[in-house]
Design a protein around this ligand. Structure first.
Ligand SMILES: Nc1nc2c(ncn2[C@@H]2O[C@H](COP(=O)(O)OP(=O)(O)OP(=O)(O)O)[C@@H](O)[C@H]2O)c(=O)[nH]1
Ligand SMILES: [Mg+2]
Length: 343
């Protein structure tokens, strides 16, 4: 190592993408001297060094020691993102040449034991781009800063500290679902159009639809994203008393699934209105009148009306689900308490 390289030992490189197969991998290079190390390894297509590029400009080029094509971006001075082919060899080649020039490889870029460190670990498990963005804010220190601020305030202004804490807790329910989907369960009487509605929400024919009550037996769960939030939608067997043991087993599964739901979507057909549904444990419940192309029901406050034939009300139902799960989305960069999951 030359003297010049020894002076660069503050540079840390981290592979941000999860280990395993992936089309693209991202390596972050941070710390004083990052610009110089990367300039030493990366030749931009324009011939100009990356350090001359404006912040957030995307530069295409080649990693000299491997000949791999790389996309580079300076996120801040001495904070660079390198996007390369996702194969392990391409990533290793980049990390090795950075380490040879004095960088330290790290699995995270935060203080040990901090929320930021935990967020880095959770980041590969984020289920959508939107939840990844929220975790990235915490990885960049939003939650650590907010907690430190509350600590500092508590020493001289307890009321202000309490108010800050309340503000922080506001997004805690969302923080439980950055790496774990919300459970949304469609329920209602047989033949109400639950499977049709599940398919309409998912955008493809996941469940069998048939004009006979008792078609769906086992719970059919599919994970999707609604408004960027990860959601597991469960289509269930119609709720009714039955002597058929197979159908009764399906109804039992429905009842179990309802007990674990974060949100229930109760579906009742416009041509055969069902008695008022009482959600178990007062769970949040959206009420939907389906098949409104057959019979148009009177408008009732808080009740959604849908038709999978005309598409009416489907966008409104998606919006209502999103709003019920996340009444208020955190602004970019906000502190969000999150619940780590283990895979
Ligand atoms: N006209 C009309 N028919 C619908 C609509 N939604 C569903 N149907 C029809 O209603 C019948 C039952 O639909 P499903 O989606 O299978 O109903 P389900 O509630 O899943 O029924 P089970 O699984 O038996 O409980 C099918 O013939 C559908 O084509 C709608 O919005 N309009
Ligand atoms: Mg069904």
């Amino acid at each position: 190592m030359t003297n010049d390289q020894a002076a660069m030992t503050n540079v840390v490189c981290s592979v941000l993408t999860a280990a395993g197969r992936g089309a693209i991998a991202v390596v972050r290079v941070g710390g004083a001297g990052s610009d110089r190390i990367v300039d030493d390894c990366f030749t931009g297509a324009s011939g100009r060094p990356l350090s001359a590029a404006p912040l957030n400009a995307i530069r295409f080029g080649v990693w000299r020691n491997s000949g791999e094509e790389v996309v580079a971006c300076r996120r801040a001075s001495d904070d660079i993102e390198l996007h390369c082919h996702g194969g392990a060899a391409a990533v290793r080649a980049i990390v090795q040449s950075l380490v040879q020039r004095g960088a330290t490889e790290s699995n995270d870029q935060s203080t040990p034991g901090s929320c930021a460190q935990q967020a880095w670990r959770q980041l590969p498990r984020a289920l959508t781009q939107r939840t990844a963005g929220i975790l990235l804010d915490q990885a960049n220190g939003a939650l650590d800063r907010a907690l430190a601020e509350i600590d500092a305030l508590a020493k001289h202004d307890v009321a202000a500290a309490r108010a800050q804490r309340e503000q922080l807790l506001k997004f805690a329910p969302l923080g439980e679902h950055l790496t774990k989907p919300w459970q949304v369960v469609l329920a209602g009487p047989p033949n109400a159009g639950k499977s049709s509605l599940a398919n309409a929400l998912l955008g493809y024919g996941r469940s069998i639809v048939f004009n006979e009550p008792g078609t769906t037996r086992e719970v059919v769960t599919t994970t999707t994203a609604i408004d960027g939030w990860p959601v597991a939608i469960s289509d269930t067997a119609g709720l009714r008393e039955t002597n058929d043991p197979l159908e009764a087993a399906g109804v039992e599964q429905t009842v179990d699934k309802l007990a674990g739901a974060d949100l229930i979507v109760h579906v009742s057909p416009s041509d055969e209105p069902t008695p008022h549904f009482v959600a178990p444990d007062s769970k949040p419940c959206l009420r939907v009148i389906s098949k409104i192309d057959l019979r148009r029901p009177p408008v009732v406050d808080g009740v959604l009306a849908t038709s999978v034939v005309t598409g009416e009300g489907i966008a409104e139902l998606l919006e209502a689900i999103s709003r019920a799960l996340v009444p208020e989305a955190p602004p970019v960069g906000a502190a969000v308490m999150f619940t780590p999951t283990r895979s």
